[in-house]
Design a protein around this ligand. Structure first.
Ligand code: AMP
Ligand code: MG
Length: 344
């Protein structure tokens, strides 16, 4: 009898020890993922931070949102109080003093223009305002032609010494719509890092920057949209892991209207003033969000052949879906990406 009780006690102790061990081994990792979303820069911004403290994560995420808000105030083409609007108002008249951030993003935009042979050009502003994709307004051909004279990044005069910028011609306009989100993602990541976050992801619509690894030590996962989904089960083109990289997609499905069977979308060819033709979407993966954002737009305008060559020359990865739906990928991307849709 006593022996049986003893046996039971030992059995119970062993069981307790085992379950404690299992509990400790399976207890959730200390690092957790915290996520918040907000509407900023006219779109959905989601910030994810991995941290062992909810309080620290929350504080860092709030500071990153504030950084994006600050950049929105400086760079918004449609806000009369932004530095960009001040530059545009003074076009052909004089220089405008600008903040280091505005200077930096304009410099990065000029870098993209030089490497895309002007396919990416922030002086597209005077063309952009002619189009209204909600009201389906296609501008008059002659007006487009006239405004072409006001497009050309050579007309942006930067003076680093006085921290000012000037546009050569009256009527010229800078629009940072194709680079500001990627740049803001870079800056928001910097803010997360300086506030003690070692891993996370900032996504501003289709412009995403990830750093570090998830708590399970795997890269952050991100999907690439199918530009022509057949149904709601067909919306993802591919999935890729991302760490310490930015990814941006420029697509003709983001803002567009169809008139007389023709699709008019928001990515314009600075040489013609009309929506660029030849591809449905371009995704670029680069170290910097500003590069991924600007080059995805520029490569969209350049088209498949020139775009693929440029990515290889620049050492950046990317994927182009051309007008037939065929997928073109840089060799470096093949092992890092899972394609969910068969190439045509
Ligand atoms: P994204 O969605 O990044 O390709 O940016 C598109 C936005 O950038 C448009 O809505 C315009 O405001 C502007 N944009 C259009 N075409 C160009 C271009 N060729 N170069 C630079 N910015 C452009
Ligand atoms: Mg872009």
């Amino acid at each position: 009898m006593i022996l049986a009780v003893k046996k039971n006690i030992i059995y119970f102790a062993v069981l307790l020890f085992c379950s404690l061990f299992i509990l400790t081994a399976c207890s959730p990792q200390k690092e957790k993922v915290y996520k918040k979303s907000r509407i900023l820069m006219d779109t959905l911004v989601t910030i994810t931070a991995s941290s062992d403290s909810a309080e620290n994560a929350e504080k860092a995420i709030e500071k990153a949102f504030s950084e994006i808000k600050k950049l929105e105030r400086l760079l918004n083409f449609y806000d009369a109080n932004s530095e960009i609007s001040a530059i545009n108002r003074n076009a052909g008249r004089g220089s405008v003093k600008i903040s280091p951030e505005t200077m930096e993003v304009i410099e990065k935009a000029i870098f993209a223009s030089k490497h895309t042979d002007g396919a990416f050009d922030i002086t597209i502003g005077s063309q952009v305002i002619l189009w209204d994709f909600h009201k389906k307004i296609k501008p008059d051909d002659n007006v487009i032609k006239k405004k072409l004279l006001l497009t050309g990044y050579a007309g942006i005069i930067l003076d680093r010494e006085t921290s000012s910028v000037r546009l050569k011609e009256k009527g010229m306009m800078i629009d940072l719509g194709a680079i500001a989100k990627g740049y803001a993602a870079d800056k928001a990541v910097e803010v997360l890092k300086t506030n003690g976050i070692n891993a996370g992801i900032v996504s501003i619509a289709g412009d995403i920057k990830a750093f570090g690894l998830r708590p399970d030590k795997k890269p952050w996962k991100t999907g690439i949209r199918n530009p022509r989904p057949k149904d709601s089960n067909d919306e993802l083109l591919a999935v890729t892991g991302l760490t310490d990289k930015a990814i941006s997609t420029a697509g003709d499905y983001e803002r567009y209207f169809v008139k007389d069977g023709k699709r008019y979308h928001h990515i314009l060819n600075p040489k013609t003033g009309y929506p660029a033709e030849g591809v449905h979407s371009v995704t670029v993966i680069a170290n910097e969000g500003a590069v991924a954002d600007s080059f995805s737009t520029g490569i969209f305008v350049l088209g498949t052949e020139k775009g693929m060559k440029l990515m290889q020359k620049m050492g950046i990865d990317g994927i182009i879906v051309d007008f037939r739906g065929a997928i073109h990928m840089t060799p470096g991307l093949r092992e890092k990406i899972e394609i969910l849709r068969n190439s045509k």
